[in-house]
Write a protein that binds this ligand. Structure first.
Ligand code: PEP
Ligand code: MN
Length: 338
């Protein structure tokens, strides 16, 4: 349910409604808008008794939200969400490129990549310290040592850090270093992890589960938002299909429905989506044309020597070429690459 306050409602009247919702043992989510405040209500297992709310001063309308996801829906929150981090605002209008190697391998390669990205006005570096690998014998990431490297390079270069959190145990350590916390495809429905990042004070990049429907994905976002963290960025990274010509099937057709049903920004990851570096640039351009809000790209100084995902990583020269093409395509689309 959404309580729409009148444009003349006072702060006291808004506070009264919030209090009334809390007395009903439900959770109020105030959403100030340019002309009026709306207050979303979650936490009910059955229909809310609207009568006690509609009589309160300043209440203009009560709107039932029909979708199972509430806070993530456009029904409850019509305006686009912009997620703000130092040096970047992720949302419609701009097109945010986030790039970096799959894993933190050592300090030298992270520093080199960060300096390269900064010199191209790319302000967010993504690299994993904790890696979810299909094989227990594959490189698992440097763990806390990897986080220390990210923290050091962040301080040295000013670049923002996006890094994956795999379990609640490491939540404090990752939250400390990350400007954006990544939740990987395999954890999209790890509900205890989602609840934990719902309490975090950093935005969450929520990758789509590799076999998740759009509704399941938005319900996962809802878990994070229900905890009070409204800064969720969705990321399409390919789904499992019968196709075997690429690592996954990049579902670009999910972008318009996400935009229709949700106010959250959506990025596209053509690296995991295709698994092959030659296929990354065309799908990156297609993601821009499809209306995504940005990209997550794997870039490595020496992809042939990468400890993970080298086959889908662009080298610096290919990344530069792609940036040039993105900038050319962005202009007629009225977008700016940031
Ligand atoms: C990654 O981003 O390196 C990664 C492991 O991604 P995903 O969770 O999409 O497989
Ligand atoms: Mn990877």
């Amino acid at each position: 349910m959404l309580v729409v306050m009148s444009s003349q409602a006072t702060k006291e009247q808004i506070d009264q409604v919030i209090l009334a919702i809390q007395r009903m043992k439900l959770h109020p989510h105030p959403m100030p808008g340019p002309t009026r405040t709306a207050i979303g209500i979650t936490g009910n297992n059955s229909a809310i008794d609207a009568r006690s709310l509609e009589v309160l001063p300043g209440v203009e309308d009560l709107v039932r939200v029909t979708k199972p996801y509430k806070l993530a829906s456009r029904e409850m929150h019509a305006a686009d969400t912009f997620v703000r981090v130092p040096h970047a605002t992720i949302g419609p209008g701009t097109f945010t490129v986030i790039a970096g190697p799959c894993s933190v391998e050592n300090e030298e390669m992270i520093l080199r990549t960060a300096e390269f990205l900064r010199s191209h006005s790319v302000n967010l570096l993504r690299a994993g310290a904790f890696k979810p690998r299909s094989s227990p014998y594959a490189f698992q990431g440097l763990g806390e040592e990897g986080l220390d490297i990210l923290a050091k390079v962040r301080k040295q270069t000013g670049i923002g850090i996006v890094t994956e959190l795999m379990d609640t145990e490491n939540a404090n350590a990752v939250e400390e270093v990350a400007d954006i916390i990544q939740i990987g495809t395999r954890n999209m429905q790890n509900f205890s992890l989602l609840k934990r990042v719902g309490l975090a004070r950093k935005p969450v990049l929520l990758k789509r589960g590799m076999a998740a429907t759009l509704e399941e994905w938005l319900m996962a976002a809802e878990y994070v938002m229900a905890g009070g963290n409204y800064d969720v960025i969705l990321c399409e990274r390919g789904v499992r299909t019968f196709s075997d010509h690429s690592r996954n099937t990049l579902d670009l057709s999910v972008v318009p429905p996400v935009k229709a049903l949700s106010h959250l920004p959506i990025l596209v990851d053509p690296s995991h989506g295709t698994g092959k570096r030659d296929y990354v640039p065309p799908m990156a351009l297609a993601a821009l044309a499809a209306g995504a809000d940005g990209l997550l790209l794997e870039v490595h100084p020496e992809p042939e020597r990468a400890l993970s995902d080298g086959a889908q990583s662009l080298d610096f020269a290919n990344f530069e070429r792609l940036l040039t093409s993105l900038r050319k395509l962005a202009e007629p689309l009225g977008r700016t690459i940031s």
